[in-house]
Write a protein that binds this ligand. Structure first.
Ligand code: SAH
Length: 375
């Protein structure tokens, strides 16, 4: 499954091969050619991992003991561990995942009515540098391997262990810019979709991007049904460049979004983080409406989640409501995020930021968190 060579994808600390760097088909082939066992043994291992949530070879008791021992010597199911958790009593929350090279990313589990949505990261840090975002503060450390994204899903699922709940949706809205790690991301998404793995339908998956037209068109050409969300944040090129220093023009982005819609028939979402005094005025709402009028899309307004030291803050609820109303009146479909889950997701990057502070690191364990209520 990995796009890297085998030696690169070996776990640094253990020198074992991360099992999920292989597809099931590749594992079946190895089972026969390298381990001298029938391919169905690979399917048994897969079933333990994905259907039963068992991540240790020694517990896979329908697999012969000598094979279990050999697998444990040569492979590791997870190349990462959870080093911090903030889990609420309803089993939603945020985890900090550390990979074999010590790099860390955040992953989140969000509950919205009947949905349980996972939010995963695609890169360690981010090269984009949106002025209000915690993830890109220190730039990009590296892109994640496909199996490192799948492992985040397994870690999130482990939070639900013992309950009957399952993850129903996935949003790729954690740290990093998905379009700059597209190959690994799409391989990971196929595992997410696979009925033998997470069995999450493509229409239940949303990829959020700051917008790279060429890559959006590439994604559109893949003949998949993933939802696309584009982080717009401004109605004009000039303002957008201030908020997203690496951004290029809006027009080519809208063109790519249109092509994505035409290819997939999936309505595109435009995310718009509301920043007090920067992009929240009635004039800007009208400009945005003019820009998007007639486009088959939804605008998702996200009042900014405060990032310590960023100098930006959310508008008052009244200003946010007015902005939403103006869009609605102009015929643009709009949602205004108010729910707690989205709030912890939007704050992605902050747990890692806290963990990077010189304060002594807490051992893994549950930390109860209180959610602020927006009115
Ligand atoms: N690089 C991707 C994924 C980023 S996170 C992208 O830009 O889309 C998903 C969304 O959360 C993006 O729209 C991002 O701009 C937004 N976001 C990041 N930090 C935020 C904050 N502090 N408050 C509100 N939204 C934020």
């Amino acid at each position: 499954m990995s796009t890297t060579t085998e030696s690169q994808s070996e776990s640094v600390s253990t020198r074992k091969t991360p099992l999920l760097s292989l597809t099931l088909k590749e594992f079946e082939e190895r089972m026969l050619s390298q381990l001298g066992e029938p391919p169905y043994r690979a399917r048994q291992v897969w079933e333990w991992i994905f259907s039963k949530g068992v991540l240790e070879f020694e517990k896979m008791n329908n697999v012969p003991m000598p094979l279990r021992e050999r697998l444990a010597k040569e492979y590791t199911v997870l190349s990462s561990t959870i080093v911090r958790k903030q889990i609420a009593t309803d089993r939603t929350g945020k985890i900090l995942v550390e990979f074999a090279d010590g790099q860390q990313v955040e992953s989140v589990l969000i509950r919205e009515e009947e949905r349980l949505t996972a939010c995963i990261s695609t890169q360690v840090g981010c090269p984009i540098g949106c002025v209000f975002c915690a993830s890109g503060r220190d730039g990009l450390a590296r892109s994640l391997e496909d199996f490192e994204m799948v492992e985040q899903m397994l870690h999130l699922r482990s939070i639900l262990q013992g309950s009957r709940q399952r993850i129903t949706h996935l949003v790729v809205m954690g740290m990093g810019e998905p379009m700059l790690n597209l190959k690994n991301l799409t391989r990971a998404l196929l595992v997410v979709n696979d009925p033998k793995c997470f069995n999450i339908g493509q229409r239940h998956v949303t990829v959020s991007t700051v917008g790279f037209p060429r890559q959006i068109e590439e994604l559109a050409g893949m003949d998949h049904q993933w939802n696309l969300a584009i982080s717009l944040h401004a109605p004009t090129d000039e303002l957008r460049e201030k908020l997203i220093p690496t951004s290029k023009g809006i027009a080519p982005l809208l063109e790519a979004a249109r092509k994505y819609y035409e290819a997939t028939k999936r309505e595109v979402t435009f995310e718009y983080t509301l920043l007090k005094g920067f992009n929240d005025s009635p004039f800007q709402a009208r400009d945005l409406a003019k820009l998007l009028r007639g486009f088959p899309c939804l605008v998702n307004l996200i009042p900014m989640n405060v990032v310590e030291g960023s100098g930006y803050e959310p508008p008052s609820p009244k200003v946010s409501d007015t902005f939403a109303e103006l869009l609605k009146k102009s015929g643009v479909r709009v949602t205004l995020r108010k729910e707690k889950g989205a709030e912890i997701a939007a704050a992605c990057g902050q747990l890692r930021m806290q963990a990077k502070k010189p304060a002594p690191r807490k051992p893994p364990g549950d930390v109860k968190i209180k959610f602020k209520k927006r009115t």
